[in-house]
Design a protein around this ligand. Structure first.
Ligand code: NI
Length: 176
C-alpha cells in the first residue's frame, strides 16, 4: 500500500489511450488498486484513473460519501471499474462543476450526459452493469475520459467558468 504521486496536466501519459486489463484477480492488480485507493483517499478525491498514477491501464476507481470537494454531491457507491464501456441513454446533457486531481486548484463547468449505462468488470472479473444518472453518471464519464486521454478542461465549452477553486468557491476548505 502506498500513496503515489498524481501526474499533472501536461504529462504525456495523461493523453494516452489506456490498454485493456488482460488478467484479473492478480497480485499486481490488487497492489495497483490499493495504491489507487490510498492515493485517492489521501487527496480526498471522488475518483482516480490508473493513468493518473502513471499506469496506462483501463482501470478507474470512484466513490463519494461525504466529500468536502463536492459538498452538494449525491452519494456514489465505491466502485472499481475495469475495461469500461459507456452507453449514453439519452441525448440530454447537463453542465456541472468538475475538478481533477491532475488539474489541482481549478474547477470548470463541463457538459455531460445525464443518463447512461456503464459496463465493465471488477478486479475479480465479475461483470458490472449499471444504469445511472446525475452525479454518478458525471463521475463515471470524467473517470473513463482519463482512459481515452481526455482531461475535463478539454470538454469545457464556456471558458468563462474555468477558474481557481479558491476564487470560485472561497468557502470551500479543500482547494485541490
Ligand atoms: Ni480526473
Amino acid at each position: 500500500m502506498a500513496i503515489k504521486p498524481v501526474l499533472k496536466m501536461g504529462n504525456p501519459v495523461l493523453l494516452k489511450i489506456a490498454e485493456k486489463v488482460e488478467e484479473f484477480n492478480s497480485p499486481a492488480l490488487e497492489t495497483l488498486i490499493e495504491d489507487m485507493q490510498d492515493t485517492m483517499a489521501s487527496l480526498n478525491g471522488a475518483g482516480l484513473a490508473a493513468p493518473q498514477i502513471g499506469i496506462s491501464l483501463q482501470l478507474v476507481i470512484f466513490g463519494v460519501e461525504e466529500n468536502t470537494r463536492y459538498p452538494e454531491a449525491e452519494e456514489v457507491p465505491f466502485t472499481i471499474l475495469i475495461n469500461p464501456e459507456i452507453t449514453p441513454l439519452s441525448d440530454e446533457v447537463e453542465e456541472g462543476w468538475e475538478g481533477c486531481l491532475s488539474v489541482p486548484g481549478l474547477r470548470g463547468m463541463v457538459p455531460r450526459f445525464t443518463k447512461l449505462r456503464y459496463q465493465g468488470y471488477d478486479q475479480y472479473g465479475n461483470v458490472i452493469d449499471r444504469t445511472v444518472e446525475g452525479f454518478h453518471a458525471r463521475v463515471v464519464q470524467h473517470e473513463c475520459d482519463h482512459l481515452e486521454g481526455i482531461l475535463y478542461p478539454m470538454r469545457i465549452e464556456d471558458f468563462s467558468t474555468f477558474g481557481y477553486t479558491e476564487v470560485l468557491f472561497p468557502d470551500q476548505e479543500d482547494t485541490d
